[in-house]
Design a protein around this ligand. Structure first.
Ligand code: FE2
Ligand code: FE2
Length: 396
């Protein structure tokens, strides 16, 4: 049947052969370079004992790097802080990827409702399958690490559905978390029935992974530049395999949100509003930056309990007072580490702005990242100081 006649809409992806070719080529390459087997192989052969005394990331990607705690740590504790960055970082990635698997599916449901979109849906299917292998690898290493070092969970958590909060350590109140869950349910319904919202999800996904891409590229280089790749730590290999798959995912986000969207009917006012709401949610999630972990926009006060437990564990063996003193020095005073995390936050604002520049449905407030750019070093310090005073009183 004539393509135009077979469509419900008067524009279609077939009218944009350049984008269609890009999608086809990307899926072909992504299948050729698929890292699922390598990921599963790494999960299987992971043995904590063989890499427990080594760094897993470049040194600057260590938990609490260049804070008071880092400066006072012994070389052996620094190794643990380096490994803990891996554990904490990828625990956050697991949460994001649980959500990604789900929204890949709801978006594909909407896009499959239009002729010619099979290629996009097939790409998303492959990506979801890859995410499951990623999650399995991250979980295997992180849970083993925590079992060995803490004998309990600190950063890890049992498997869960996408309706939990995506940001592990956030400043959302109980009510806001509840409200967010209902927004997610609403977004699910809309994104699986509106091709525009389905496509727009990739603007949010692209934005959320923009910063991740920069950090994960650097994490992957620990393996690619390792002098003895064969005997390099398995977690570093996982970072490398992950980065290869994720480069394709990022490319999908860019093509779908920037180009495929042009092959859809113009959004309605309601669709534009929902799209902007999702972006505002992203700004809220990325408002904070964390002294403890550069590159993830966690809310430090929500992390206090986990860091306290880490300091009280046999790895640091601190007493209550020692742990509180170390935390006050690290979270409530300016340090090189805090400044570096702040810098990453500013850089992210700039790169998000560049990413959102040429969309015409996006509001000024979202394009300028007004909310996210409103945070500052002074605000960060005064929030931490105020929250720490309360934490000190309640610490057991
Ligand atoms: Fe992934
Ligand atoms: Fe991904």
């Amino acid at each position: 049947m004539n393509r135009k006649l077979s469509q419900r809409h008067d524009i279609c992806l077939a009218d944009d052969p350049k984008t269609q070719k890009r999608l086809e080529l990307a899926l072909k390459r992504s299948k050729e370079l698929d890292q699922t087997q390598n990921m599963d192989g790494a999960s299987k052969s992971f043995n904590y004992d063989t890499c427990k005394d080594e760094y897993w990331n470049p040194e600057k990607f260590s938990l609490l790097y260049k804070t008071w705690i880092w400066d006072q740590a012994t070389p052996a504790q620094k190794v643990k802080l380096n490994q803990l960055f891996w554990v904490a970082y990828y625990s956050q990635i697991i949460s994001a990827e649980i959500a990604t698997i789900f929204f890949n599916q709801t978006s594909a449901a909407a896009l499959y409702g239009i002729e010619d979109f099979r290629i996009v849906c097939d790409t998303l299917d492959l990506e979801s399958q890859q995410e499951r292998a990623h999650i399995h690898a991250f979980k295997t290493v992180s849970e083993r690490f925590e079992q060995e070092n803490f004998g309990k969970r600190i950063f890890t958590y049992p498997m869960r559905t996408p309706f939990e909060k995506t940001m592990l350590y956030s400043d959302l109140s109980q009510f806001q978390q509840w409200w967010r869950k209902w927004q997610l349910r609403f977004f699910t319904m809309v994104s699986s029935n509106s091709a525009f919202i389905g496509c727009q999800y990739f603007t949010v996904r692209g934005l959320r992974t923009l910063n991740g891409k920069i950090v994960q590229h650097q994490l992957s280089r620990f393996y690619s530049e390792h002098p003895d790749k064969e005997n390099s730590p398995i977690p570093s290999q996982i970072s490398y395999f992950h980065f290869i798959d994720e480069s394709f995912h990022f490319n999908t986000s860019t093509v779908v949100s920037h180009d495929v969207i042009n092959s859809l009917p113009k959004p309605t006012a309601l669709e534009r509003h929902i799209g902007n709401m999702a972006l505002k949610g992203c700004q809220m999630d990325h408002y904070n930056f964390s002294t403890a972990i550069n590159g993830i926009f966690w809310y430090d006060p929500a992390l206090f309990e986990s860091i306290y437990q880490m300091l009280r564990s046999p790895v640091f063996g601190m007493s209550r007072d020692e742990a509180l003193h170390a935390m006050e020095k690290s979270f409530c005073e300016e340090s090189e580490g805090m400044l570096a995390s702040h810098r990453t936050h500013r850089e992210s604002v700039d790169s998000y702005r560049a990413y959102l520049q040429d969309f015409n449905y996006i509001s000024r407030e979202n394009k300028d990242l007004t909310l996210m750019a409103g945070n500052s070093l002074e605000k960060h310090l005064s929030t931490n100081r105020r929250a720490f005073a309360a934490f000190r009183r309640s610490a057991a």
